[in-house]
Ligand binder design. Structure first.
Ligand code: ZN
Ligand code: MN
Length: 154
């Protein structure tokens, strides 16, 4: 999709086209979304902005993320418990690997997916609009600390 800087400019263009103001708060939220690789929650974005914007509310961050989502500039990774996560680097559907221990979310670099969508279309006759492909597991860091804990126990 391009570098964080390109994403930032793309989102600014989209906001201008749709007559949305480029407030300092909004720009700061976009800056975090395009640079973050961690798929932050709204709360995490809010916390990162506390220092620079101490008067900004959680609701403001939430409204801005919802706006960017409605413009197709942020991908929401929703969870039933409401702890939704957001990807501003890649606003289009893509697979994720999710750690069930520490809730880390990473983007595996897969190239076969276009092919997979075509196969689903062929086999089902569906016109495919979007997809969601999540892999749940335990990340390397969590595996390592689990092994260390086991070692201490022995
Ligand atoms: Zn983990
Ligand atoms: Mn992602």
């Amino acid at each position: 999709m391009g570098s964080p800087q390109q994403r930032y400019q793309q989102i600014l263009c989209k906001l201008r086209e749709s007559n949305h103001k480029l407030t300092p708060q909004r720009l700061a939220i976009i800056d975090i979304l395009v640079h973050s690789r961690s798929h932050p929650t709204v709360e995490a974005i809010f916390e990162m902005l506390q220092e620079d914007f101490p008067t900004m509310s959680l609701a403001t961050v939430y409204r801005n993320v919802v706006l960017l989502k409605s413009l197709g500039e942020v991908l929401e990774i929703g969870f039933p418990d409401g702890s939704n996560r957001y990807d501003g680097n890649k606003p289009y559907p893509h697979p994720h690997a999710i750690c069930v221990r520490c809730k880390k979310i990473v983007d595996p670099d897969l190239r076969a997916l276009g092919n997979l969508t075509a196969q689903v279309r062929q086999r089902t006759g569906f016109k495919i609009l979007t997809h969601r492909l999540d892999f749940f597991g335990v990340c390397r860091d969590c595996l390592q600390s689990e092994n260390q804990t086991k070692g201490v126990g022995r």
